[in-house]
Design a protein around this ligand. Structure first.
Ligand SMILES: [Zn+2]
Length: 110
């Protein structure tokens, strides 16, 4: 629910930017929103993966989470619309997902 509210706020602010005629900023904001959504899905997949691991310090690779095979959490590795690379850095207490363009997925965005 919190995610939907946050997404609504982001879309509303993106719509306001369009109203001001700032198309480039709107497109950048749209890419950022899409990227955050991708990272949230990766974090969710990583958390599901982590439940099944016996070693809590193990960090999943993107290919552990994504692929067409059965048992993967996502059908393919999501792509950042701005061309960023995703990386999963830590699985100790939370799954940290980063994008090389948009940075670390903030915890408040969960
Ligand atoms: Zn990104």
């Amino acid at each position: 629910m919190k995610k939907l509210i946050l997404l609504g706020i982001m879309l509303a602010s993106a719509a306001i930017l369009v109203g001001c005629g700032k198309k480039a900023e709107y497109e950048a904001e749209l890419q950022r929103i899409t990227c955050i959504s991708n990272m949230q899905q990766l974090r969710g997949a990583g958390e599901s993966w982590k439940i099944l691991q016996t070693d809590p310090s193990k960090v999943p690779a993107l290919t552990d989470l994504c692929g067409p095979e059965d048992g993967k959490y996502m059908k393919s590795i999501p792509e950042c619309p701005a061309g960023g690379e995703y990386q999963i850095k830590n699985a100790e207490s939370t799954i940290d997902v980063t994008c090389s363009v948009h940075g670390l997925l903030a915890n408040e965005a969960q």
